[in-house]
Design a protein around this ligand. Sequence first.
Ligand SMILES: Cc1cc2nc3c(=O)[nH]c(=O)nc-3n(C[C@H](O)[C@H](O)[C@H](O)COP(=O)(O)OP(=O)(O)OC[C@H]3O[C@@H](n4cnc5c(N)ncnc54)[C@H](O)[C@@H]3O)c2cc1C
Length: 511
Amino acid sequence: MTLRSILLAPSKLLQRRGIQNLYRQYASGHREIPALTKERYPIKRGKFSEVSDGDIARFESILGGKNRVLTATEEIQGYNIDYLGSVRGFSRVVLKPKSTEEVSEILKYCNERKLAVCPQGGNTGLVGGSVPVFDEIVISLQLMDKIEKIDEYSGILVCQAGCVLETLEQKANEKGLVMPIDLGAKGSCHVGGNLSTNAGGLRLVRYGNLHGSVLGVEAVTAEGRVLDLMSNFKKDNTGYHLKHLFIGSEGTLGIITRLSIFCPTASKSINVAFLGLDSYESVKNTFLAAKRNLGEILSSCEMIDALSLESSTYHFNLQSPIEKYPFYMLIETSGSNIAHDEEKLTNFLESTMEKGLVLDGTVTNEPTKMRNIWKLRELIADSLINDGYCFKYDISLPLDNFYDIVLAVRDRVGPLATKVTGYGHIGDSNLHLNVSCPKYGSEIHKLLEPFVYEYTSNVRGSVSAEHGIGFLKTKYLKYSKRPESLLLMTQLKGLMDPNGILNPYKVLPQV
Ligand SMILES: Cc1cc2nc3c(=O)[nH]c(=O)nc-3n(C[C@H](O)[C@H](O)[C@H](O)COP(=O)(O)OP(=O)(O)OC[C@H]3O[C@@H](n4cnc5c(N)ncnc54)[C@H](O)[C@@H]3O)c2cc1C
């Protein structure tokens, strides 16, 4: 079989759907407004103060007027509902600081008054961490979007936490650099949100996770202290590495306000291959072949099952470049020498096809075609929500057991689900198990949880590979963290946030 270049039909949905579109769907009645979190889940409000008119006046004085203190119901609805429509709080105020000093003033005041807060970035989080559970004050980082410096020599980018990832990617590209992180939500998510969730994404296989790429952070503690942990060097072994406390702590230990991140040099040669395979076993062996044959130029390795692809092509009117197969793989290479990279990719594809691992495949280095192939993968998450409601599980599993859970869950929930699909970052052993249905139902929910987490724990997987714990998974943290680790996490929280005002009810299990 030979490789062929492809021409994908232009998508009718060329523009990335902004997250705000989803909220417009609520407003227009196209999407059902979810039940309040306090009604759907058994949870008690903590002993926090309630926001008074005096508090609003104080916020207005800190933020210089009413413009950045939102209180009108229609203005704040989108900040109370998460992307999935799985949780809904009822905050009555959203604050939009522009500077670290303002964040510090707000937190200092809230801590004294024992007012709980919920930091929010792009609100694309998938575990219910980014919206209030009750009436916590939303602190939105939307207006903290200054890029301070991009140094093409060192590759270091310094910016405020509210910069949208895609904007940073574009600005980094102009300097011959790339962001070390890429994900389907890049048009809306903030880099501060990415750090707070330690987001993984599509390039982790190449550039590693954010604990490595982030050189420094500036964060404000619950008491309003500004911690300057910024560093512009890759090497800095001076005592405890405090920045790591803020990477992945989902706004429970402090609010990230600025950061510096290392951006690798942009590759001159990028290729994308889209492959059709007949079994998960072939997917696994093709991944091994990709690692062995593509080595240093492998920059993404994604698996998509048939139902996942059917979902994105159907809901977004996209066209697959190859015929239908039970499984697909999207493999991206990024290198510096076109001829060398193409030769490697061709050898890899020819050998996997000869061995019968890959049944069909197509490869392209043309930017529009590459983008169209990526869309097939990136729009899966959005497309499954279009079925009505989607239970999302983001788990790390050993590659030997990677896909079995999809079959087990399909069997378990039967006709209660519209689709049970599996796709994800096979290059990082990270499966996205998605169960879509016409609307949220407690019957299917009970069949799924704790089953999925117990299954994951039994094979020593992780109950959250990259999305975090947020509100939805606190009960299940114990499946991946041992009691002594949980105790230390609780002690750290107590030390850094004595009044527990920062994103309460998130990450740590409620006692
Ligand atoms: C289509 C789609 C694809 C996705 N793909 C991936 C993927 O491949 N990999 C992946 O890891 N995730 C993925 N996600 C999940 C999500 O995009 C990430 O978790 C992202 O990092 C969240 O960023 P955000 O700015 O939207 O944060 P939000 O959703 O607003 O917040 C997430 C958490 O971080 C906290 N937070 C936000 N900003 C700050 C701050 N400045 N300081 C302190 N705490 C803060 C919030 O309180 C919350 O707990 C995807 C989501 C969607 C919708």
